[in-house]
Design a protein around this ligand. Structure first.
Ligand SMILES: Cc1ncc(COP(=O)(O)O)c(C=O)c1O
Length: 479
């Protein structure tokens, strides 16, 4: 059978994934095998053949519905298709995966064409590993926050980020809140946050009743710098939250040294940069507590989820007690402080544990996508790429970022959906947002970035054809 894959994925590490067998199931295969193949091929669908004869197409959506109706219990895919009353006419012209058939109805090739699908900014990439782990957690009946995967994920993620202790929590926002509470931050304390970040960073400070002090970001790193931190520091400063924005590490060496010299705590917000390094050490290694998000668009995802990392045993046990209603582990139902229910479930942790095993692959894929965008967009008038960082910094690609002239950006953002592409503007400057007016500062670098930054789709669905489509939108608008 010939293979015709016109839009070969640009970022697949495993060349075998462009092999036809990754998209074709035999009628004798089990529906479970089809689910795993649909997950692993990144298309979410497979073609089913009996010998060479084409029987029909199965997708994850259909298999999911089959699970609900019981149709998935059929021992073979052939039977499964019959039970669903499926025939080979089931393919729609907008399906990504299309069969190439000879006049006799035999499969002679496949075509992968994503052009009719919305190219989303990000999409979780779930493989058979996550599927198996989640099923294992589900079948074990440990579906709440007790269960072996929580600890495994905590240990694995702490190791990945160069910290001693991991405390898994419900999301990245509560990770920040928990970190500040564990550090004793409260009313009267000031906490320095960057002007350019997702609102969760400043909200966590406000949840504690503390006062956020907004500081500008550096024009080159896009993050807090020693200079911006020093300028924002007062005798009431109790903590600094450097955010590693869009995968770019803040200058943690000088910031940590300054904080230490003043007795100020550092909480790293690593939500967008797991795997990035500063001076050869992973982000998350530097803060008294470091916080991560595992939201569905993140490099490692659990759907919703987060983690606090620390190398201090005292902070680790305070974080654990606070995460669990303030209950001490040694005495049943003894609450020695007011805590929270910020726990992560075993099922989520199972997904996270499997995702973590693929984190390097995900980072390599995102890097390859950003490089391919760079090649495709180079030379288009007005398009700039993120500034090079200095030798201490090893950024990662979360979402591919570019900068365009502010006066062209709205036109670009409006043109993209017409081409079935989702582009995202950078975050707004916090100082421009209504809830934070009391704390607004003049932050020219942040304003400039927030007016010119655009994030591009960065996921497994981004193949060379998708990159051409994005480049075409840029060319049309920027020319
Ligand atoms: C920089 C930053 N901090 C914190 C968060 C909050 O994480 P979550 O959405 O998991 O609460 C995000 C998430 O999107 C983020 O980008």
């Amino acid at each position: 059978m010939s293979l015709s894959v016109p839009a070969a994925p640009v970022a697949q590490d495993d060349p075998a994934l462009t092999e036809e067998e990754d998209f074709v199931c035999s009628a004798a295969d089990s529906p479970l095998a089809a689910i795993e193949k649909c997950l692993d091929n990144g298309v979410g669908a497979c073609l089913v053949v009996d010998g060479r004869h084409y029987l029909g197409r199965v997708s994850l959506d259909e298999l999911g519905r089959g699970a609900l109706s019981g149709a998935l219990l059929a021992p073979t895919l052939g039977q499964h298709l019959r039970e669903l009353g499926r025939h080979r006419s089931n393919a729609s012209p907008t399906d990504i995966l299309q069969p190439d058939l000879d006049p006799g109805g035999n499969l002679i090739g496949i075509t992968i064409d994503r052009s009719a699908q919305l190219l989303q900014i990000a999409r979780p990439d779930m493989s058979h590993r996550e599927f198996r782990a989640a099923l294992d957690a589900f079948l074990s009946s440990w579906i709440s926050s007790k269960g072996p995967y929580v600890e495994k994920f905590e240990e694995g993620f702490a190791r990945f980020s160069g910290a001693r202790h991991g405390i898994a929590v419900s999301n990245g926002t509560v990770a920040l809140h928990l970190a500040l509470v564990a550090l004793g931050i409260g009313p009267g304390d000031e906490v320095i946050v960057p002007d350019l970040t997702f609102a969760a960073t400043i909200n966590a400070v406000l949840y504690c009743g503390a006062t956020p002090v907004i500081a500008d970001v550096d024009g080159r790193t896009w993050c807090l710098s020693l200079a911006t931190v020093e300028a924002a520091c007062t005798p009431r400063t109790k903590a600094i939250i450097p955010v590693h924005l869009y995968g770019r590490p803040a200058e943690m060496g000088p910031i940590s040294a300054f904080a230490e010299s003043r007795g100020i705590a550092v909480v790293e917000d690593c939500a967008e940069a797991p795997g990035a390094c500063y001076a050869g050490l992973p982000v998350g290694h530097f803060g008294d507590v470091s916080c991560f998000s595992f939201y569905a668009n993140k490099i490692v995802t659990t759907g919703e989820g987060g983690m606090c990392l620390t190398s201090s045993p005292e902070l680790a046990s305070a974080l654990r007690v606070l995460r669990d209603h303030g209950m001490v582990p040694e005495r049943a139902y003894w609450h020695d402080r007011i805590g929270f229910n910020y726990r992560l479930t075993n099922i989520q942790a199972a997904i996270g544990h499997a995702q973590l095993a693929r984190a390097s692959e995900t980072l390599a894929r995102n890097h390859a996508i950003a490089e391919a965008y760079r090649a495709a967009l180079r030379g288009i008038p007005g398009v700039r790429f993120p500034p090079d960082m200095d030798e201490f910094c090893s950024p990662v690609v979360w979402l591919t970022s570019v900068l365009v002239p502010a006066e062209r950006r709205n036109a670009l953002l409006a043109a993209a959906p017409r081409a079935n592409i989702e582009l995202r503007p950078f975050f707004h400057s916090l100082s421009a947002l209504p809830p934070y007016q009391l704390y607004a500062r003049h932050c020219p670098n942040s304003l400039e970035l927030s007016a010119t930054g655009v994030n591009l789709p960065t996921s497994r669905a981004v193949d060379s054809d998708a990159i051409d489509r994005v480049a075409e939108v840029f060319r049309n608008v920027m020319a």
